[in-house]
Design a protein. Structure first.
Ligand code: DAU
Length: 325
């Protein structure tokens, strides 16, 4: 998601200088930024947000005036297998960025967070005033980072805005998430493992709409505010699976029902009327169109995802598969 935002900002604000500070963990991929690597307004610095000195150095040396924190360990299944790194990145990493924002008097920090901090909701939607009820190590770690943001605003007036977003989809997404995982499996002629009864509900936003929302928060939102970023496009996992199958002209025999994810949240739903009322922001991308484009992109770019899925990460996918058998 971070690479989409960098490209979006460089086009929309050609006068801005963008520093991409990234540890390049398994999901980080400089290939996604190939088209801007020679842009004089863009600079890549390899570093870890958990390293306080490195964060301070990059902020000071580049006279940074705002931070957008897209850095996260983001995959729920991985957080169940190995939570340590999630706690470090989400909590300690956010803490270091808050400290830098405070100590170097930055104008703004936007914390990109998730609707998962609110937990699961059977009916209705979470608002920004709903309490946190995280159910996975990933969601709990994100909630920890978000609580620190709140505390820094209340205690130090650090200029922080927190966003809680629904599920992203689009191009260049690491093929472990539902949509790219299923698309790439089907391209490879493999079945798609649907967890539990397949009736868990997620709300979906295209990467382009998410970029527009973070742009609004960065430039217009008042410090201390929290915003939900959603679309109202809620779908059961089985419904998405059928849409993908139909677009790829394949049948339901390609679905493999597997063991459920432990602690699997049943439904996420967020009310994002605050974002709409305050700034007139609305999602623009129609889901079916976005999904078609995403499928086409994965079909046309096997060189991007095949090494990720079958190379050094093959072990993860194998482990996941055995876990769910
Ligand atoms: O809600 C926002 C969150 O969405 C983000 O904060 C997270 O970083 C992001 O990973 C995502 O979390 P989910 O757990 O909802 O995404 P995931 O793509 O892993 O799974 C979506 C749904 O599909 C979920 O109900 C589990 C199910 N699923 C997932 C995979 C990978 C399957 O049925 N089979 C699968 O193989």
């Amino acid at each position: 998601m971070g690479s989409h935002f960098i490209k979006y900002i460089l086009v929309k604000y050609p006068g801005y200088k963008v520093i991409n500070f990234d540890k390049l963990t398994y999901a980080g991929n400089l290939e996604n930024l190939r088209e801007v690597e020679n842009n004089p307004q863009y600079k890549f610095v390899q570093g870890d947000i958990c390293d306080r000195e490195a964060v301070n150095k990059v902020v000071e040396e580049n006279k940074i005036d705002a931070i957008v924190n897209y850095a996260a360990e983001s995959h729920v299944d991985r957080s169940i297998m190995d939570p340590d790194v999630f706690l470090r990145t989400e909590i300690l990493g956010s803490f270091n960025l808050l400290e830098a924002t405070k100590n170097f008097n930055l104008k703004k920090m936007v914390q990109v967070s998730t609707d998962e901090v609110y937990g699961s909701i059977e009916e209705g939607s979470f608002t920004e005033d709903s309490s946190f009820s995280p159910n996975s190590p990933y969601a709990a770690a994100k909630a920890g980072g978000d609580h620190l943001c709140r505390a820094y605003f209340v205690t130090y007036k650090t200029p922080i805005v927190v966003s809680h977003s629904c599920n992203f989809y689009g191009t260049n997404q690491f093929p472990e998430k539902l949509i790219p995982f299923f698309i790439t499996n089907l391209i490879e002629g493999k079945k798609v493992p649907l967890y539990g009864d397949g009736k868990n509900v997620r709300e979906w936003i295209h990467t382009s709409d998410h970029c527009r929302a973070i742009d609004v928060l960065l430039h217009q939102a008042e410090a201390g505010n929290v915003y939900n970023i959603g679309t109202g496009k809620e779908l059961k996992n089985i419904e998405i699976t059928k849409l993908i199958l139909s677009e790829m002209e394949m049948g339901e025999e390609m679905i493999e029902p597997v063991k459920d994810r432990p602690g699997h949240d049943r439904r996420y739903s967020i009310d994002c009327s605050k974002l709409e009322n305050d700034f007139g922001w609305k999602a623009e991308k129609d889901f079916e169109t976005g999904l078609k484009e995403t499928i086409a992109w994965y079909k046309n770019n096997p060189d991007w995802w095949q090494p990720l899925k079958n190379g050094e990460h093959a072990e993860y996918f194998k482990k996941q598969y055995l876990e769910r058998k």
